[in-house]
Write a protein that binds this ligand. Structure first.
Ligand code: MLT
Length: 202
């Protein structure tokens, strides 16, 4: 997968897996990585799917309606890529924290829904429930930060509440940060994610 890897000054810190929103690139979230933990290495990956030229991590049939078959295929593709990247760049495969926005948060959520050991933790900015009606792996104590907008037309508030409940039900430690905003990724939620990272990820 197209990506950038930047080695951090502290190799014991988790590698931040940066996952952009629809139409973004692997460059988009590099500043967010710096806010979350400037000494971490970052692996920023571009989605392999193109929707009218806009990169995404998986296909959708309509706004908010996911192509499940493609979602499953692409989630495995990303999980396999993480195995390869850990070997290539010589970092600990079990020490990756995802930082995703929108479509990137959805594929990160899908990694959690399908693979028990894909991530050490996750920061999900404006995610949806990636799939419904499936059994999730045991995610006991896995730290997850979710930020959401009360007036987000793309990720309705109920999606956030459902995602939180589904993750809590399999043992994850979930913190939700609400803003009176829409779908945009704000400075205040980035700052809240950085604070959460300091307290919950070591
Ligand atoms: C998705 O398709 O993943 C969500 O609708 C968010 C987005 O617009 O990317």
């Amino acid at each position: 997968m197209k990506h950038v890897f930047k080695e951090g000054s502290d190799k014991t810190k988790p590698v931040l897996l940066l996952l952009h929103g629809t139409g973004g690139t692997e460059q988009d979230l590099l500043p967010l990585g710096d806010i979350i933990e400037p000494s971490s290495s970052v692996l920023s990956v571009r989605g392999n799917v193109s929707e009218n030229g806009m990169p995404r991590y998986f296909r959708r049939l309509a706004e908010g309606v996911f192509d499940e078959e493609d979602l499953i295929f692409r989630t495995k593709e990303l999980n396999d890529f993480l195995d390869e990247a850990a070997e290539k760049y010589d970092f600990d495969r079990n020490n990756i924290v995802a930082v995703g926005y929108s479509n990137g948060a959805n594929i990160a959520g899908s990694l959690l829904f399908h693979y028990q050991n894909a991530l050490k933790g996750a920061i999900l900015h404006h995610p949806m429930v990636p799939r419904r009606g499936i059994e999730l792996p045991d995610l006991t104590k896995l730290p997850v930060f979710i930020s959401a907008g009360e007036n987000d037309p793309i990720c309705p508030a109920q999606e956030t509440k459902d995602l939180k409940e589904l993750l809590l039900a399999v043992g994850a430690k979930v913190q939700v940060h609400w803003e009176k905003n829409g779908h945009q990724l704000t400075q205040t939620e980035a700052a809240a994610a950085a604070e959460w990272f300091k307290e919950n990820i070591n």
